[in-house]
Design a protein around this ligand. Structure first.
Ligand code: SAM
Length: 237
């Protein structure tokens, strides 16, 4: 009996070629090869109706740049998802969206189908979100040229959580799995350019190591929070 893939991902984009390299390597490739994920790329231009395959137009109300028109986006998603539309989580990439988190990655990894819509130019006609019942999602507070890199980020974060793709112990204790971040790691050599691995990690005393790591993780988090709240230009420790 063939194993059913646990997650099917549809990506709607104007630049399907951008995904080729990143999806051919490492964890995403492993998730696909092991049958835990299938990924289908859809060129939104295939759902245009004019000779020029136009996907964008000037914004109503004026302003800079071009806006992706609703019809090709809506029709591409509707025709690909078909009767699965209602039960598929549809994420629309937008710097103004809800910030993507590890918690969301876990939720998606436990679902059967995901659709990602990549914007470009000034973004996508706002009616797409309503018509498709999509959620707008941001990967951080900065503006990228298009939604392709954010979509790759989301696929990567989800793929590594799919069953069997990497060992569960590797992901269970990672940063952002709870409220915290992970402790610092060290490997051979013991001494490098005068920097030495903390003695405790060489002691073989598991309880002490656990406690040390917990304390280190708290310190890392504290330093990170301080840097994030420091005024611009004052990023010193
Ligand atoms: N005019 C938009 C604004 O100010 O919010 C920015 C549009 S951006 C140049 C073009 C597209 O890139 C967006 O529609 C979105 O799909 C994607 N994008 C850019 N930054 C992103 C981010 N931080 N998270 C998710 N998507 C992003």
């Amino acid at each position: 009996m063939t194993q059913q893939p646990s997650l099917h991902i549809d990506i709607f984009t104007l630049f399907p070629g951008m995904f080729e390299g990143p999806f051919r390597e490492s964890i995403v490739a492993r998730a696909v090869e092991s049958g835990q994920a299938t990924i289908a790329l859809h060129d939104i231009r295939d759902w245009t109706h004019d000779r020029h395959r136009s996907v964008d137009d000037r914004p109503y109300g004026g302003g800079a740049g071009m806006v992706m028109m609703a019809p090709p986006v809506v029709e591409s998603v509707e025709s690909v998802l078909g009767e699965d539309l209602e039960k598929t989580r549809i994420l629309l990439m937008s710097p103004a969206g809800v910030r993507f988190t590890q918690g969301m990655a876990r939720e998606i990894a436990g679902s059967a189908r995901l659709a990602l819509i990549c914007g470009h130019y000034e973004g996508i006609d706002a009616r797409v979100e309503t018509i498709l019942g999509a959620e707008t999602v941001s990967i951080g507070d900065y503006v990228l040229t298009g939604g392709e890199l954010p979509a790759m980020v989301i696929v990567d974060a989800v793929a590594r959580l799919l069953p069997g793709v990497i060992r569960a112990e590797s992901t269970d204790e990672e940063s952002h799995e709870g409220a915290g971040v992970e402790y610092p790691h060290f490997t051979r050599p013991v001494e490098y350019r005068g920097e030495v691995v903390p003695d405790i990690l060489l002691s073989g005393h598991h309880q002490n190591i656990r406690e040390w790591r917990a304390a280190q993780a708290a310190e890392v988090l504290e330093r990170r929070n301080q840097r994030e709240t420091a005024p611009p230009g004052d990023q010193t420790e």
